[in-house]
Design a protein around this ligand. Structure first.
Ligand code: TYD
Length: 333
């Protein structure tokens, strides 16, 4: 298969490209990425000389270059990881979120329709459902996004639904819980806290720290998207969760303990506006339909992730300078 992976230079997209090339020897993968602050070709150094891998720098908002790329490489399917994803950024500066997450998704749907591609997999988030105090969201739960990020993703996901219903465009949407693992840009809680501690800095815990997130390791998510690409029926929607839920303060204590540091390194800071209290999704549908289950234990995955950041200091040190610092200065002013 000839696959276009949009956002392939980012955290999750780069893991997926490496996973696909290792698993399917006869596949060709084109990585289509704008190389924003979160995209690093270094994430793909293991495959950059693989003849089955190509990189095209482009923006999913640019229909012309998208169409040219699909034609030039004879693309048969698209997996869309390209998105602005960080909630705090979306609160301060939502424009890019609306463009990439809504208009970019619209362009990919148009291209999938125009060139009769076999499949488009839209990688999305459980944040479109909003916050839930008790129980878990199913694929039938209504969207109730609370941040500009979640609203933009919800817009893209609604377009996917509309394209399937109206044009039978063969799109499948996934709603995943929070990702973690190696190569995650150090603005999300896990890599931010690990790298802060490696730098001898405190970790900024928002509000009372009792917000709950559900965590999935990159390896489990790659297997799920592989199944959606190859086995899911067009028009389907799947939640990808793990049941590995934890309060931020407990997560922080796990990281501190693993890194041999004390709770005095926690710095309580003001809460994120509109901060969702808890995310939780029911993922029985993907288990029943496609036989997927998470395999990575959270404690083990977290330990490996900490080890990765310890061993790859030059990777994250570069990212924690320049633009990154400007952004955080604004947030904590
Ligand atoms: P984040 O990694 O930004 O993911 P999301 O908001 O998409 O779930 O945040 C995860 C949780 O950690 C969320 O409840 C906010 C909290 N958080 C902090 O307490 N401090 C931080 O510096 C960051 C980035 C997040």
């Amino acid at each position: 298969m000839k696959l276009l992976v949009c956002g392939g230079a980012g955290f999750m997209g780069s893991h997926f490209i490496k996973y696909i090339l290792a698993k399917y020897p006869d596949y060709q993968v084109v990585n289509f990425d704008k190389l924003t602050y979160a995209g690093y070709l270094e994430n793909l150094h293991e495959v950059e000389n693989d003849p089955r891998y190509k990189f095209v720098q482009g923006d999913i908002c640019d229909r012309e270059i998208l169409e040219k790329t699909v034609q030039e490489f004879g693309i048969e399917a698209i997996v869309n990881y390209a998105a602005e994803t960080h909630v705090d950024r979306s609160i301060m500066d939502p424009d890019a979120f609306l463009r990439t997450d809504v208009l970019g998704t619209f362009n990919l749907l148009e291209v999938t329709k125009k060139f009769n591609l076999k499949k488009m997999v839209q990688v999305s988030t459980d944040e479109v459902y909003g916050s839930i105090e008790k129980g878990s969201f199913t694929e039938e739960s209504p969207f109730a996004p609370n941040s500009p990020y979640a609203a933009a993703k919800a817009g893209g996901d609604h377009l996917c639904r509309a394209y399937f219903v109206t044009y039978q465009t063969p799109v499948v949407v996934s709603h995943s819980c929070n990702f973690y693992g190696a190569n995650q840009y150090p603005e999300k809680i896990i890599p931010l806290f690990i790298t802060n501690l490696l730098e001898g800095k405190k970790v900024p815990l928002y509000g009372d720290g009792k917000n709950v997130r559900e965590w999935i390791h990159t390896s489990d998510h790659c297997r799920a998207i592989d199944l959606l690409l190859h086995k899911a029926e067009p028009g389907e929607v799947y939640n990808i969760g793990t049941g590995q839920e934890i309060e931020n303060v407990e997560l922080t204590k796990l990281i501190l303990a693993e890194m041999g540091q004390g709770e005095e390194m926690i710095e309580p800071v003001k809460d994120r506006p509109g901060h969702d209290r808890r995310y939780s999704i029911n993922w029985s549908k993907i288990k029943e339909d496609l036989g997927w289950e998470p395999e990575k234990d959270f404690g083990e995955g977290l330990e490996e992730t900490i080890e990765w950041y310890r061993a790859n200091e030059s990777w994250w040190r570069k990212l924690k300078s320049g633009e990154y610092l400007e952004y955080y200065k604004k947030q904590y002013k």
